[in-house]
Design a protein around this ligand. Structure first.
Ligand code: GLA
Length: 498
């Protein structure tokens, strides 16, 4: 409930946002180009269009804000696409990419239910770590003695689509490209450019640099059977300069021109926008891409709140959500496969793990949750998303209802030990009040009630053990009783109108 004024800038990269209280007691909000690194001299007759803002107002809280933004994205921005369940090799192999290893991963990924295989960083130049190779967009012949086509052929023979990682706007000082063209860096004369993740930014305003990238990317995408590109961009623009002038906005415009040209040349290719997660998630990039990587932090517990935040602004189908290894790459925490699988269910699902070293229980879990996602993908990707307020801040609940309100899927995640002794009822949203729904417990942790490893004081509500048919009104007004859940576990509830 309540008034919400909201807005988002339709621009990628550096920007400026100001919120201030005027002397008149009003709150003034400004969003736009950042004057700090923007410079433009307009010639007579020339025009310049500053970036647009998407903005709106809701008198019924954040849910309406979010629905309006999602509808805007769906009606005006989103590119249609399959949004296949993908497998990404990054957390399995990092830079240690070889053709033989990737072929093994692809086979396992296919067995687990992936529909697309994405080879991540490390396939090109002398890219053996973060310090080298960016800019040299040629296949590494030691890793791929017969070119990248050998892997693509294998991937396709498994019935999978093929995707590949690139970070075109970047250049490592330790690269052949930099050695040949040290003057292609986006920098200001008189200042030593700073590296970020050991890389400089390539100045796309230099026509030769732009043409080089366009040629290399067109070679990669046009001469190989590529279906999907993960386009990364892993550092900030610091003192971005061209011909002695601030050039952040000019650089962004050239980035759009490059991507637009590739999208027009290769309309069948789906693009993922990535920037270690987070840095390139905006409505202007969304016009040119199919999904975002939400964060490199793939810890299922952290991911619950990361995804909740992102969900207000962008619909589930564009939010990359991956099941990771049992040992999280980012935090070294461990979560059950059920918690990881359910957390990754409500987005554009992926698997980012090592299926070769995983045990059978883990692999069975990957298969199960990939299959569950495919079964519900249509509802998750085309329905209406609802976040449910729970009085206990340790419980996070959300779900998606199909546009005709006939089907719905809701998740209740318990993030920590509950603050209260009893769980509040789960009051659902978005259902048809006068209809009756069959309530099904789709997935739950192994809830032992008593005995060894169980809880002596826990009782499961009746609907969890005996299927029930309940009215939409009851589900929304009275709600479903919930059991006390262990921290870092979740239950999944399906609803079907009868
Ligand atoms: C970034 C991305 C990761 C991975 C690495 C590769 O951190 O977010 O997913 O692609 O780069 O270097």
């Amino acid at each position: 409930s309540g008034d919400v004024y909201f807005g988002a800038l339709r621009r990628t990269g550096n920007f400026s946002g100001v919120v201030e209280q005027t002397p008149y007691g009003e709150t003034l909000v400004q969003l736009g180009l950042n004057a700090h690194d923007f410079c433009l001299k307009l010639q007579a007759g020339e025009t310049f269009t500053s970036p647009a803002i998407i903005c709106g107002y809701s008198n019924s809280g954040f849910e309406t804000m979010s629905h309006n933004l999602h509808n805007f994205a769906k009606d005006f921005i989103l590119r249609a696409g399959l949004r296949p369940v993908l497998y990404n090799s990054w957390e399995a192999t990092e830079f240690g990419v070889t053709c033989e290893e990737q072929k093994k991963l692809a086979k396992r990924a296919q067995e687990l239910g992936a529909e697309l295989f994405v080879v991540d960083d490390g396939w090109f130049g002398e890219r053996n770590g973060i310090e080298n190779g960016l800019g040299d967009w040629y296949v590494n012949e030691e890793k791929f003695p017969n070119g990248i086509d050998e892997l693509i052929k294998e991937v396709k023979s498994l019935g999978l689509l093929f995707g590949i990682w690139v970070e075109p706007e970047m250049i490592n000082p330790d690269s052949d490209l930099y050695r040949a063209h040290p003057d292609w860096v986006l920098a200001l004369p008189g200042y030593t450019p700073l590296t970020g993740r050991h890389q400089f930014v390539l100045n796309l305003n230099i026509p030769e640099a732009f043409d080089y990238l366009l040629e290399r990317m067109s070679w990669l995408l046009g001469e190989h059977a590529v279906d999907y590109v993960k386009w990364d961009m892993n550092r900030e623009l610091v003192q971005p300069g061209h011909q002695g002038r601030a050039a952040a906005d000019a650089q962004t415009r050239q980035f759009y021109r490059l991507l637009d040209t590739l999208v027009a040349r290769f309309p069948h290719i789906e693009f993922e926008s990535c920037s270690s997660g987070g840095g390139r998630i905006d409505y202007e990039v969304l016009k040119r891409s199919h999904r975002f990587w939400a964060s490199d932090n793939n810890d299922a517990l952290e991911r619950n709140t990361i995804q909740r935040g992102m969900s207000y602004f962008f619909p589930p189908e564009v939010m990359g959500a991956h099941i990771g290894n049992r040992h999280c790459h980012a935090t070294f925490r461990q979560h059950s496969i059920a918690f990881r699988g359910l957390t990754a269910l409500f987005g554009h699902m992926g698997l980012e793990l090592d299926p070769v070293s995983a045990d059978e229980e883990e692999r069975a879990g990957y298969r199960k949750y990939a299959a569950l996602h495919k079964q519900w993908r249509d509802v998750i990707h085309h329905g209406v998303q609802w976040r449910i307020d729970m009085p206990d801040a340790t419980t996070l609940a959300h779900g998606v209802v199909s546009p005709d309100e006939a089907q719905a899927i809701f998740l209740v995640s318990q993030l920590a030990m509950p603050d209260y002794t009893l769980m509040a009822p789960l009051r659902l949203a978005g259902l048809e009040a006068s209809a009756r729904y069959q309530v099904t417990l789709l997935d739950h942790p192994n809830i032992q009630i008593t005995g060894e490893g169980g809880h002596t004081m826990r009782k499961l509500p009746a609907w969890m053990t005996t299927p029930q048919t309940v009215s939409g009104e009851w589900l929304q007004q009275a709600g479903l009783a919930l059991p006390i859940l262990d921290p870092e576990s979740a239950i999944l509830i399906g609803l079907q109108r009868v």
